[in-house]
Write a protein that binds this ligand. Structure first.
Ligand code: HEM
Length: 344
């Protein structure tokens, strides 16, 4: 991508002091997708990471390297009155159609819905000027802060000659990289959600919203379910079959739309913008409701499979990803590699 990294700032304070507020001008909506970014010195090549992700998921054909098991749906986004005060994106100015996809983390399309892992919520806001695309997960943090760390995280989990990962290798990597345990700790400390519509989802990375007056605000984005947190007790979980989210969502949608508040958590001085393994102290941060996502019906999975899948370069003017977060930057090439492979 045309990286436009004017200056690198590592925290919100530094960004604001530098006056750049992560000044990154994303390509205009509808601009050609970025070329796969080659690895620069010291970084891991996102294409290599994705190859290893496929290996970890069992090298299945025709599926995503992550979020391999999922359900495609459609809906609308209705912005709040406050949304335009934060971002000039046309998607925040009127009701827009949406394509969304709920998924289970990882590259195994047969993963049990009972698994303690992240759930994904892909959100495409559709506007005639171009899409606005975010991939949210059911944890506030990612499991690696750099592509190199992500590559090693995946590599140490690959099965050896005996068909099993080397427990000692995982232990050593974990000890040397404690921040890589935060995502799993978050998931493991919580019950398994009873529904894709009953769990919080985070955009994880720090986005800069810019309004018509040029005021930039650094935020983290979150989708909060209208149904509340729907959790399964251990006994309820045991009684569930491996595939229950599909029927659950169908039944729920038959009764009416499934709503989520789309919320911006406003960053404060010192909140890091370059490390996706760190959660901002949300309970003490102000929030602004940007609008309501209303999921109305399921649609055929081929609709989502055929969609653009680059959350780095599919952002309108008024919304920019974190130019200083190496994990964000790696995503464009990673998703492109997965898309090429799964559509071959
Ligand atoms: C905070 C960081 C990240 C978040 C929140 C995130 C979230 C997600 C979600 C929700 C999906 C499922 C998308 C769908 O339903 O279509 C996904 C897919 C995927 N992710 Fe990530 N991801 C992150 C970073 C990365 C990075 C750094 C890489 C690799 C360099 C990566 C590689 C992939 C790949 C290859 C897919 C499958 C894409 C496709 O075939 O369309 N992700 N991710």
């Amino acid at each position: 991508m045309s990286n436009g990294i004017a200056r690198i700032c590592t925290t919100l304070t530094a960004c604001l002091l530098a006056g750049t507020a992560l000044a990154q001008t994303p390509p205009a909506a509808g601009a050609p997708a970025a070329q796969a970014k080659p690895a620069s010195a010291g970084e891991a090549d996102p294409q290599v990471i994705v190859e290893k992700m496929f290996t970890l998921g069992g090298n299945r054909k025709g599926v995503r390297a992550s979020g391999a098991k999922g359900m495609c749906a459609k809906g609308t986004f209705t912005p709040s009155a406050e949304a335009a005060s934060l971002s000039k994106a046309p998607h925040f100015a009127k009701t827009t159609p949406m394509t969304v996809r709920f998924s289970m983390g990882g590259g195994n399309p047969n993963i049990s819905d009972k698994t303690k892992t992240t759930r994904g919520f892909a959100l495409e806001f559709e506007d005639s000027s171009g899409p606005m695309l975010f991939y949210f997960i059911s944890a506030p943090v990612f499991f690696a802060k750099t592509p190199a760390q992500m590559l090693e995280f995946v590599e140490v989990r690959l099965p050896g000659a005996d068909g099993k990962p080397d427990a000692e290798k995982i232990k050593a990597f974990t000890a040397a990289n404690p921040e890589t345990t935060r995502q799993a700790a978050w998931i493991n400390a919580r019950p398994v959600p009873a529904s894709f519509a009953g769990v919080d989802y985070w955009g994880v990375q720090a986005y800069t919203l810019t309004n018509k007056a040029g005021k930039a605000t650094i935020v983290k984005l979150k989708a909060v379910p209208g149904a509340g947190q729907l959790n399964l007790s251990e006994d309820e979980l045991k009684a569930k079959p491996d595939n229950f989210y599909g029927d659950e969502l169908k039944e729920r949608l038959a009764k009416g739309p499934v709503a989520f508040d789309f919320v911006a958590i406003l960053g404060e001085a010192g909140d890091p913008t370059n490390d996706s393994t760190v959660m901002w102290p949300e309970e003490t941060r102000k929030t602004t409701k940007l609008g309501t996502i209303s999921v109305t019906a399921l649609q055929d999975n081929t609709v989502c499979d055929g969609k653009n899948s680059d959350p780095v370069n599919s952002l309108p003017e008024g919304v920019a990803g974190p130019a200083n977060d190496p994990i964000f930057q790696a995503r464009a090439a990673g998703y492109a590699a997965s898309r090429v492979r799964r559509t071959q």
